[in-house]
Ligand binder design. Sequence first.
Ligand SMILES: [Zn+2]
Length: 144
Amino acid sequence: MRREPTKVYLWTVANRLYREYDGVYVGNYTPHGGGISTGMRRAMNNQSLIGRFKETLKWTAIRSGKVYGEWDEDGSTRTCHVCDYEVPGGMSPEIREWTCPQCGTHHIRDENSSINGLKQVLEKLEVPGSGRLGGRKAVWTRRA
Ligand SMILES: [Zn+2]
């Protein structure tokens, strides 16, 4: 049987990530709209590429004794990761960069969102993460 290229790619990326990291965390984004229920959207999302990638990550984590998790993306793009300022009313998807009016930090939308995700994950960890495996180890410090 011919192996599906997308499936092979997803496994390759998942294995690569878990070879280097003890935990992989993904945003819990679910597409909105379309006049369908959250359950239906979730089911459709599971068939999507990101849905399939999440499933692949989960299985790879279990098989390798590592951790898979999801973080809540709600508000992560419009919240400044430096000072926690929240842009009122959200931010339209076409805004890719913005400057925080409170602390003046210039943000790249997805980068800021990812840092907020990392903050969320680190706040929930029981023990500090070990960072990247091999070579220099990162030391995470938590803000009081
Ligand atoms: Zn700020």
